[in-house]
Ligand binder design. Structure first.
Ligand code: SAM
Length: 227
């Protein structure tokens, strides 16, 4: 069993991955992290006022980050059209969606998607209702990124395992793909403030700044396009 469930300090569940020796969320609060490190710095509420929001949820895991963004957007504008494109390569963690109960209303959509499909690698899954479209690519992030449309997303949630555990997910090449798929006005957010990841963002023409400090000493990082 590589995955074990535990409760974080905001009383919401996450998992520890014994192979990577990493948790899927901050131990100080899994759902708190989704809201404060991703939805708020990426201005999901403000985007919802415009009537459409397109979010790229990189390293989807159990999907808290984008599920929370759907809640935030709908609370601001119940008629908002929301498109989520999610990328995750591990069916085992996606299936854990069935085992958690975060206080996120829209999580039922993710549960429905997982319960009505057998999640397999190198497959794409789509959930759609009137306002919301969710497309989940179960494949390697580098491969999936190459096939995403140009200048399409308003926000990118960038949530791989740490730069030490998975340096290849923080390389210039992948940040260049993020630059390519971001609208000129888009914001990318991540929890890490490591120097190497910021240098790699800058090399991909992303202009970084401190993101919020949530549950750890350092800030996260947010970045916009140098255009
Ligand atoms: C920190 S966790 C993400 C947590 C997630 N955002 C959530 O809310 O549950 C990092 C995720 O990256 C995934 N991952 C690792 N390598 C990957 C790769 N090459 N391509 C796509 N996803 C990958 C892991 O399986 C894991 O789910």
């Amino acid at each position: 069993m590589k995955l074990s469930k535990f409760l974080t300090l905001d009383n919401t569940e996450t998992f520890l991955n014994a192979e990577v020796q990493q948790t899927y969320h901050s131990q100080t609060g899994a759902v708190e992290e989704a809201l404060k490190k991703y939805s708020i710095p990426c201005k999901i509420k403000e985007l919802a006022k415009t009537g459409t929001v397109r979010i790229l949820d990189m390293f989807f895991g159990i999907g808290y980050n984008s599920a929370m963004a759907i809640d935030v957007a709908l609370e601001e504008n119940p008629d908002c059209k929301i498109e989520i494109v999610a990328v995750e390569n591990d069916p085992e963690i996606i299936n854990k969606i069935k085992e958690v109960k975060p206080p996120i209303k829209s999580y039922t959509l993710y549960r429905e998607l997982v319960e009505s499909n057998e999640i397999k690698e190198n497959k794409k899954y789509v959930y759609e209702n009137n306002n919301i479209k969710i497309t989940l690519f179960v494949e390697d992030a580098k491969k999936a990124a190459k096939n995403l449309p140009e200048k399409y997303f308003d926000a990118v949630f960038y949530d791989p395992f740490s730069p030490k555990a998975q340096p290849e997910m923080w390389e210039i090449e992948l940040f260049k793909e993020m630059f390519r798929v971001m609208k000129d006005s888009a914001i990318i957010a991540t929890y890490s403030c490591a120097r190497i990841i910021r240098e790699n963002m800058a090399a991909a023409n992303l202009v970084y700044d401190d993101g919020p400090i949530v549950g750890r000493r350092g800030p996260g990082t947010i970045a916009t396009k140098w255009v």
